[in-house]
Design a binder for this molecule. Sequence first.
Ligand code: UDP
Ligand code: MG
Length: 342
Amino acid sequence: MHKPGPRRYLLQPRSYPSLLSLVIPMYNEEAVVGFLRRALEDFMRTLGCDAEIILVNDGSTDTTLPQVADWADQDRRVKVIDLSRNFGHQLATTAGLDFATGDAAVILDADLQDPLYVIAEMMVHYCEGYDVVYGQRQCRDGETCFKRCTAWLFYRLMRRMVHQDLPLDAGDFRLISRQCLNGLQQMREVHRFLRGMVAWAGYPQISVPYRRACRVAGATKYSLPKMLRFAWTAATSFSTLPLKASIVMGIVVSLLGFAEGLRATLAHLFHWYAVPGWSSLTVLVSLVGGAILISVGVVGEYVGKIYEQIKDRPLYLVSRAFNVGAATFQHHDEPVTWRTYR
Ligand code: UDP
Ligand code: MG
């Protein structure tokens, strides 16, 4: 069978962006603000264009907000979007992208795990005509073996379930062109897996390999339950495979039941030795019961997602914004709702 290869693009070269937006979600990152500031200030001096830094405070409970507000006070290029509570990494990033006004935006971790020098390489591809340039991790310094293994499995599973174009080992560190950003802004689903959404959006995409550094300070905000929830959102918001899996499970369990029935009949007819016990019955009942419950649970997950989406709530609410011009805030004055982007 002919397997289609990667898509071919007819690239249209474009000029260097006149404004680059750096979007950085932050949750309890007080330990890294100083490092981040120094690194970004150095980086912006080497950048051949103007840049705006969009710091999204995702309901931090430490001193992140006062620190970044102070930074914004001293540097007009720094815009702070203070969300009304913790909405999670994917929504905080979405908020940052919504407020980005640049010709291209780069999503970064606040902890400097994504090296800034890679952005220069991303810009080269941007000028070649690529709309999405994602960083592909070659090596993860300072991460536990468990995290590396689960991440390895996650990307391979997601590629099967979410989108065949989902790049392997690529996090959210990526450059996105204005054209693709405008497309993303029209996708207002509540359960967001940005990487899958960017893969879905299409456009010419390319990877740049990089070595993922250690956190400069602080600890990861992705605990195991959070990672599992993230994986589940990724799987169920892009794929109906779990629904199909429950059908397969139902068939398997039914076949088991059928086989057991056959065996019992034959045992009766041919007077095989049979323990007149409950064990086989119990096994069957629990198998069937388990399969039904799991299937109902999976359906419930999807119904829950439909319910959340149908409520039509804004994705996030902004409490305050610093250095955000009237022009940008025009869309946001109502209060900020996603409807304004439709
Ligand atoms: N983050 C956020 N909201 C959250 C969790 C994380 O804005 O609820 C931010 C966090 O401050 C960091 C980025 O998302 O800038 C990625 O998180 P982290 O570095 O902890 O994840 P890891 O790199 O360990 O996967
Ligand atoms: Mg990180």
